[in-house]
Design a protein around this ligand. Structure first.
Ligand SMILES: Cc1cc2nc3c(=O)[nH]c(=O)nc-3n(C[C@H](O)[C@H](O)[C@H](O)COP(=O)(O)OP(=O)(O)OC[C@H]3O[C@@H](n4cnc5c(N)ncnc54)[C@H](O)[C@@H]3O)c2cc1C
Length: 488
């Protein structure tokens, strides 16, 4: 039986990112992916929010995506624009980039890291025991792993087979999405009426149209057809604009659910496998990517035996609340997509509110993922939040904080007396960098914070500890996050 310490079911955005993170940490990881190639049937997600661009920047690959998409203000709350151009981040914008292109670029990076992908086959079942997991594939092959990560999307087989509950809310609306050819030029743009929001827009090839239209019948479960689409278009627009063929038709709903636990023994869930919601606000792919970046280094440390298994419990503790909040905000945004007099009044009220600076900043930070704050204890406001990407000066020259994270290794930034911190028992795991920084430390929404003397930054870019080198809390933080000290 072929063995890999970690097997990932599903090579979509989440599975690919997790594989990259594990490979960077030296873990032999493999992906099992149903699709024969990376190509997606349709374009799906439309882009990235600021925090996702930052996360890619932390690995030195943001430019690959930025060069292929359109930098723009993508944030919105149910269509009400939320700009972040005044936010203290190098990436004070989002990126319009279709998911199929996004996946191709991410897969190329994972390919460079030499992660094997078992393509064109499914994970069909698994059995876990005290030392590992036996994983069955649809071609009859079995794999053995220490851990199985379910990144296999909203209908996750891994989640179901692990017996993890998926509580939430049944759909209240259903939407058809398609890429089609039409003989007449339709009226492009977003229209909002008592049937909800429907949008038609030209695709990049100039020949096809992307249609997103709400259907009346909530009970449809089969694959939608051209005829279904035609009927729905006629119902909402009075014509199907000479609809003649489709390269992709799909259906999505606002079913909103979240896995009760992100871990069951040696099985972990991330991305849509762990949470599904209506795509309003464009957050699903983004939080999946960020789940992967939270989980990757932790799982690597457990597999590499530098940290105990309990470190994995912090993954659920930190990421479950983030998705729970996204579920709440998407349900609120979905309610606002209706268009009747009362909803319009509420929408106008929200628009007015979000035109004010403070509410706009709070909501924009939420949707862009820049406000994520893990509960890592009291103390300096940086603790639990993402580190800003500051321009540092070191003895070797200038360097950005995110550049120090490219290898996905933790960093202890000493901004005090050079040589004033000794972490010899962790020297094999942590980069100790003496640096100077003269500007302000400013966080989205929070504002300017006291300049720290030293900062311990996890590989996911979140701050684990702030203090000075004599603080006994440093030893504790190092042990909690990066394992016990090495004894000589
Ligand atoms: C119309 C629409 C628009 C959207 N717009 C946005 C947006 O603008 N921004 C945003 O952030 N999100 C958006 N989303 C959501 C986004 O597409 C998803 O959140 C994202 O794809 C989740 O990534 P994932 O890797 O977790 O899951 P998936 O993308 O579903 O990937 C799962 C992978 O697992 C594979 N797989 C499944 N089962 C198995 C199995 N048993 N064995 C092996 N492989 C398996 C699948 O082939 C797939 O490749 C949108 C979604 C829709 C439908």
């Amino acid at each position: 039986m072929t063995e890999h310490p970690v097997v990932i079911a599903g090579g979509g955005p989440t599975g690919l990112m997790l594989a990259g993170e594990l490979a960077l940490a030296g873990v032999d990881v493999a992906i099992v992916e149903r699709r024969a190639g990376q190509v997606l049937d349709g374009s799906r997600a439309g882009g990235l929010h600021s925090r996702s661009i930052e996360v890619l920047d932390q690995r030195g690959i943001a430019d690959r995506f930025l060069s292929q998409g359109q930098v723009t203000q993508v944030g919105s709350f149910s269509g009400i624009p939320l700009h972040i151009s005044d936010f203290p981040t190098r990436h004070n914008y989002g990126l319009a980039l279709w998911q199929n292109r996004f996946e191709e670029i991410l897969a190329a990076w994972v390919g460079e890291l030499e992660v094997p992908i078992y393509r064109g086959r499914d994970v069909t079942g698994f059995a876990q025991d005290s030392t590992g997991v036996d994983i069955q594939l649809s071609d009859g092959v079995s794999l053995r792993a220490e851990y199985l990560a379910g990144c296999d999307g909203g209908r996750s087989l891994v989640r179901k087979e692990a017996g993890i509950e998926f509580p939430g809310w049944e759909p209240s609306i259903s939407t058809l999405i398609a890429e089609v050819e039409m003989s007449e030029e339709p009226e492009f743009g977003i229209r909002r009426d008592d049937k909800g929001v429907h949008a038609l827009g030209p695709l990049d090839d100039g020949a096809r149209v992307r249609v997103v239209v709400r259907e009346e019948d909530l009970g449809q479960t089969g694959e939608p057809t051209l005829r279904d689409l035609s009927e729905v278009l006629v119902a909402v627009r009075g014509t199907d604009y000479g609809l003649r063929s489709a390269t992709w038709i799909s259906r999505f709903t606002d079913m909103t659910r979240q896995a009760a636990s992100y871990r069951e023994g040696r099985v972990l869930l991330a991305g849509d496998a762990a949470h599904v919601h209506y795509p309003v606000g464009g957050q699903g792919l983004n939080i999946g990517l960020q789940d992967a970046v939270n989980l990757g280094w932790k799982l690597a440390q457990v597999v590499n035996e530098t940290s105990p298994e309990t470190l994995l419990d912090t993954y659920h503790a930190e990421r479950h609340p983030v998705a729970a909040r996204v579920l709440q905000n998407t349900m609120a945004q979905t309610a606002l997509t209706r268009s009747d007099d009362r909803t319009d009044a509420l929408r106008n009220t929200m628009s007015e509110l979000l035109s004010m600076d403070e509410p706009r900043k709070r909501f924009a930070a939420m949707v862009s993922g820049l406000d994520v704050h893990y509960e890592l204890g009291e103390g300096h406001p940086l603790v639990g939040r993402r580190t800003p990407d500051l321009d540092l000066v070191t003895a070797d020259g200038p360097v950005r904080v995110f550049t120090l994270l490219h290898d996905a290794r933790p960093v202890l930034l000493n901004l005090g007396e050079p040589g004033g911190i000794d972490i010899a028992p962790w020297a094999d795991r942590i980069q100790l960098v003496d640096a100077e920084y003269v500007g302000a430390w400013e966080l989205p929404v929070v504002g300017v914070v006291t300049a720290p003397t030293a900062v311990l930054i996890r590989p996911d870019g979140h701050v684990a500890w702030v203090g000075d080198g004599t603080d006994p809390g440093l030893r504790e933080a190092l042990t909690t996050w990066f394992g016990p000290p090495t004894t000589a």
